[in-house]
Design a protein around this ligand. Structure first.
Ligand code: C2E
Ligand code: MG
Ligand code: MG
Length: 700
């Protein structure tokens, strides 16, 4: 300390005037430093001083009027914890003074034995010791803070002996108590994760050999309960004069949380959160690799199955998103279990999944899997206690060298999937190049159709519906045709699907309905019949879903003057299944108005006979595919017979569609089918031909 420059300030707390005088006199004799003494006679005055004036040392008498012995020391120290205290005592009280020293007093002096030399030395010594203690305490505290603040474990390795020190925190990070880990360096290496051992040793060696200025390595260790934890090891070697490392010390930081967060981020970027399947990004990555491999191997191919659930939106809307989610998770699980280890299943989004089949040897391998996937998905599932019917459409694409990017094969599988949807869903289609061409053609069709709707380039044809009892016309089904400027009359089979997809079916549907109602009303006027002639109009699900459907139909009926009782709306079973309660509500509304409903193409769609009663249809139109099978006795006849019998029982009308032969007609009559329609009677004809047919009143 630099007592030579600054005067030494001493607080003397001493009640005896003689002794105070004596001590002050001794202090005044100091030659090394100037000493300034503050003298008080009571402890309380001394404490007050300490609060206002800084002092270098306290000389404290042990018998004061207001305080005695150890208590005086404790209070003084509490008032000035960093100021050294030297106790002044009498011979008889040496014991107490000694205990004060044990408690932290710097020294004690027996007053009778003191001389100026001893006094000054004691004071200087006390001050110096206090400084040293304080410095040590501060550095220890800083060190302790640093260690605990960084939460790091420390290690110190003697390279000569192989002994190592591991701090308690180092051990605690691995789940051990301080006494549970020894002091050899193997205590560390034996707990390194086997996969990371080599890397760690290499990094250590690189630094010890002097090739790396620092040692720093992220690696895994295995903790006490055999769980891996991620750590960051850092260290620095101490070298002898020859540059050889003799000792190395460093720290160990637990970075498990950070690693987990990093892994999570990576996982989230590549996996679907709901199903935990790879997402589109990761799938394309796998696909790219697989295509690369297939290119190199001669007889190996890659196939892609693009899976889209049928009517998933319907499930979501009617049963709720949580049921939809559960369905997807369940499906993901089943697809994963079903696949071979090398194959990948991914969720591309929504209800779209993709399967990558590696190393297959031909298209039939892929279609075989597609069939099995269809079987896997098709059927009834019970989710959250509710029955859900599922099916899927699958597009299959096979790799060939002309594919440059994985996106291309995915696009083609997607195209094939749409084909499968168009082919009636629940099936698969394999992509071929004509599909690509037809995608282009489809785009052109869409543009042209849009123009046609704007310019009303359509015409209505009508096909008679005949009563089998008296073979007379009871109504007409309206069937639209497109009057294409170059291609002439285009069949609805060519464009209705596109019109549905693009929504053009809605304006087209209103046009059709109005034409049909107007024509029917006109015929009713010219050819009155009893009961009056009715017209049957095909209505798309898209139209049913229009919120103003009811009002628009009412308006058309009012404007054309056709009675609601003479209008029949034809919808397919799928419309009901797709739109559920909402469709049923509309049905009921129209029923109240007197409009009737026919189920078109009955038997091909979704519902079953058990739904008939629930939906209270007026008429079933048995699909042509059943009728055409009736020429020869067998299943088809049996099915038609059952449908007719059931319909009769439920008081529902039946129209057999697509009757082409006398045999079919005869069978239908035997079965008890009441109405029929088909080329046997007449093809759909234009408005004036239909008019003529009515006037002529043919009996077949
Ligand atoms: P659909 O409603 O089942 O109509 C019956 C289809 O079967 C008509 O085909 C008709 O020409 C055909 N057909 C009738 N009798 C026979 C037969 O004996 N043998 C054969 N092979 N075929 C017969 P078209 O006119 O080509 O219509 C096809 C489908 O297009 C219709 O099937 C209907 O679903 C739809 N469609 C037609 N017009 C419209 C419309 O205005 N709106 C809507 N939404 N769809 C329509
Ligand atoms: Mg129809
Ligand atoms: Mg039909």
């Amino acid at each position: 300390m630099d007592g030579t420059t600054k005067p030494l300030s001493v607080l003397l707390i001493e009640d005896s005037p003689d002794e105070a005088e004596l001590i002050q006199a001794m202090l005044a004799q100091s030659r090394r430093e100037q000493v300034r003494v503050e003298h008080v006679t009571r402890l309380s005055d001394g404490l007050a001083r300490l609060a206002s004036v800084p002092v270098d040392v306290i000389l404290l008498d042990f018998s004061l009027p207001d305080s005695k012995g150890l208590v005086s020391f404790e209070r003084a120290r509490a008032a000035a914890p960093h100021v050294p205290i030297v106790i002044l005592t009498n011979l008889d009280d040496e014991e107490t003074a000694l205990s004060a020293v044990r408690e932290g007093a710097q020294d004690y002096l027996v007053k009778r034995h003191v001389d100026n030399e001893l006094l000054l030395r004691s004071i200087r010594y006390a001050i110096e010791r206090m400084h040293a203690e304080r410095a040590l305490w501060e550095s220890e505290e800083r060190y302790a803070l640093a260690v605990s603040g960084a939460n790091d474990g420390l290690w110190d390795w003697n390279l000569t002996t192989g002994a190592a020190y591991f701090s308690p925190r180092w051990k605690a990070m691995l789940g051990y108590r301080d006494d549970e880990i020894g002091s050899g360096i193997e205590e560390w290496f034996s707990r390194v994760h086997p996969d990371d051992n080599m890397g760690l040793r290499k990094a250590l060696e690189a630094h010890l050999a002097g090739n790396q200025p620092h040692f720093e390595r992220e690696h895994r260790m295995v903790d006490r309960s055999d769980k891996p934890i991620w750590v960051l090891s850092r260290g620095l070697a101490v070298r002898d004069t020859a540059g050889k490392a003799t000792r190395m010390a460093g720290s160990l930081t637990d970075i498990t949380a950070r690693k987990r967060a990093e892994e999570q981020l990576l996982h989230d970027a590549l996996y679907d959160a709901l199903t935990q399947l790879p997402n589109r990004t990761l799938f394309l990555d796998h696909l790219g690799l697989a295509m690369e491999q297939a290119r190199r191997r001669k007889d190996s191919m890659v196939a892609l199955l693009f899976i889209d659930l049928d009517r998933f939106k319907n499930i979501n809307d009617s049963l709720g998103h949580s049921v939809g989610d559960e369905l997807l998770v369940d499906l993901a699980r089943r697809l994963t279990q079903f696949l071979r280890p090398g194959d990948t299943v991914a969720r591309l989004g929504g209800d779209e999944f993709a399967i990558l089949l590696n190393d297959i040897h031909g298209a039939s391998d892929a279609t075989h899997v597609a069939e099995r996937v269809l079987d896997l998905i098709r059927g009834k599932l019970v989710i959250s206690g509710r029955e859900v019917f599922t099916s899927a459409s699958i597009g299959v694409a096979l790799s060939n060298p002309s594919y440059k990017a994985p996106e291309e094969i995915l696009r083609d599988a997607d195209t094939a999937m749409y084909r499968a949807k168009a082919a009636g869903r629940g099936c698969y289609q394999v992509f071929d190049q004509t599909m690509h061409r037809s995608v282009v053609a489809l785009l052109r069709l869409e543009t042209e159709l849009r123009q046609a709707v704007e310019r009303k380039q359509f015409v209505m044809h009508y096909q008679p519906i005949v009563s089998l009892e008296d073979k007379r016309i009871v109504g007409f089904e309206g069937l639209v045709r497109w009057r294409h400027p170059e291609r002439g009359l285009v069949s609805p089979a060519r464009f209705i699907a596109v019109a549905e997809e693009t929504g053009l079916i809605v304006p087209l549907g209103w046009w059709v309905l109005e034409q049909a109602c107007r024509d029917a009303r006109e015929w009713q006027r010219v050819v009155p019949m009893n009961p009056p002639l009715y017209v049957s109009v095909n209505v798309s699900g898209k139209v049913v879903m229009q919120s103003d459907m009811y009002e628009r139909v009412v308006t058309i009926l009012e404007e054309t003057g056709l009675s609601p009782a003479n209008l029949r709306l034809e919808i397919t079973e799928n419309v009901i299944m797709d739109h559920g309660d909402l469709a049923l509500e509309k049905l009921a509304q129209f029923h109240r108005l007197g409009v009737q409903f026919s189920v078109d193409d009955f038997g091909t769609g979704y519902s079953s006979l058990s739904n008939l009663q629930r939906f209270s249809y007026d008429t079933l139109k048995i699909d042509r595919s059943f009728i055409s099978g009736m020429d020869s006795p067998g299943d088809a006849s049996a099915i038609v017979k059952t449908i007719v019998a059931l319909a009769n029982m439920l008081n529902i009308n039946v129209v057999a569609e697509g009757v082409e032969t006398a045999v079919q007609l005869e069978r239908l009559r035997e079965i008890g089918c009441s109405h029929a329609q088909g080329f046997w009677f007449s093809k759909p004809v234009d408005r004036s031909a239909a008019h003529a047919m009515l006037l002529q009143a043919p009996v077949w």
